[in-house]
Design a protein around this ligand. Structure first.
Ligand code: WQD
Length: 356
């Protein structure tokens, strides 16, 4: 019985594949490389020394997806595949609705057809919109402020309707706060296309000299130093949260939502200082006007995941910065651009990554 990981070549997906393989799960990885690189697939194998089947499939390709389910004995799905840049979603809403929502609809339809009803879904704290109370619990009001967040909110509602129609489903919805850092091997990490939208990859690219200075988006927020506060969580802690959710979905049906955060917030300037301490590098910055759509403060109440999943985030901010820096130093240009896998990959045809 295998676990299907959609978007398994992505930042959080690749880290989750590593932890699943280390925990002796049999996995099948699916990715269309629209927002990731094949090199990540090879690195997962390199880190774990374990083999797995990979399918270069787009979730919108219903026939290939159905064929893959026929070819494999899949017991559960962890669904990462999707687009996740807030600003981009404002510029290209139809691409976001199509990619994120229709692909999830297709996936759930095929899962149902093959009686696979255990699902862990990658959601986001963006669904909370502008939080009114802190720390943010799963009971906080919802209200996404951009197309990306709205796709996550709509998918959450779809999954709740799906369960109401068929209570054999077991669904865990995981709302991520701010994933940062990298596997301590430095072999996998965050590899944004173009200039990074997110804070940590921007900081690491300034530190390595690819970018000149960090623009701090506003210092007039109602926080101690005026800059935005977020709940940064190490991507390996986040990955381990998925293993706990997977165990939970295997045990009981229902739909449960969990915040995956540390419960502690850091400001932008506190993050810059922590990174400079961890890396020994200076990060020059300038204060600019606030980024439209940004909230001032966002950090989690992670108690439900602690009680319901038996999971807490353990890694501290210094380790997040050290691990992010190690990845950037070892991979100045992210995954190598001139990548190729052992075989030319055929759409829809699975092939084995590793030694037979
Ligand atoms: C963090 C803080 C910025 C960049 C987004 C998505 C969320 C999730 C994580 C997908 C904020 C400040 C940032 C920069 C800055 N993605 N900042 N200069 O906006 O909290 O969350 O990414 O699931 O859904 O909304 O993350 O890293 O962009 O910003 O000052 O160049 O850093 O203002 O206070 P964000 P971020």
């Amino acid at each position: 019985m295998a676990v299907l990981i959609t978007g398994g070549a992505g930042y959080i997906g690749s880290h989750t594949c590593v932890e699943l393989l280390n925990a002796n799960y049999e996995i099948i990885v699916l990715d269309n490389f629209s927002n990731s690189k094949p090199e990540a697939i090879k690195r997962i194998k390199e880190i774990t020394g374990r083999s797995f089947t990979f399918y270069p499939i787009d979730l919108l390709d219903e026939d290939s997806l159905d064929k893959m389910f026929r070819e494999n004995d899949i017991e559960a799905v962890i669904h990462f595949a999707g687009l996740k840049a807030v600003g981009e979603s404002i510029d290209f809403p139809l691409t976001y609705y199509s990619t994120n929502i229709i692909s999830t609809l297709t996936l759930c339809t095929i899962m149902q057809r093959h009686h696979v009803k255990n699902l862990v879904f990658s959601s986001s704290a963006t669904v909370y919109g502008t939080p009114e109370t802190f720390p943010i619990s799963e009971k906080n009001p919802l209200g996404a402020l951009n197309p990306y967040g709205r796709t996550k909110l709509m998918i959450e509602e779809m999954l709740k309707d799906l369960y109401q129609s068929d209570q054999d489903w077991s669904i865990s919805i995981l709302r991520y706060f701010n994933p940062v850092g990298a596997h301590d091997s430095g072999l996998i990490g965050e590899d944004p296309n173009g200039n990074p939208n997110n804070l940590m990859p921007y900081i690491t690219q300034v530190a390595i000299g690819k970018l000149n200075e960090l623009s701090v988006f506003g210092d007039q927020y109602p926080t101690a130093d005026g800059t935005g506060i977020r709940d940064y969580i190490h991507v390996v802690d986040l990955a381990l949260g998925h293993l706990k959710a997977l165990e939970k979905t295997a045990l009981s049906s229902g739909v449960e939502v969990y915040n995956l955060g540390t419960g502690k917030g850091y400001s932008v300037l506190e993050m810059v200082k922590a990174f400079e301490k961890a890396s020994g590098k200076q990060v020059p910055f300038k204060i600019v006007s606030p980024r439209p759509g940004d909230v001032a403060i966002c950090y989690a109440n992670p108690d439900k995941a602690k009680v319901g999943l038996g999971w807490i985030a353990k890694k501290q901010i210094d380790e997040m910065c050290e691990d992010a820096w190690r990845w950037q130093k070892k991979n100045p240009n992210g995954y190598s651009k001139n990548y190729n896998l052992d075989r030319p990959y055929l759409t829809g045809e699975g092939f084995f990554v590793g030694n037979k």
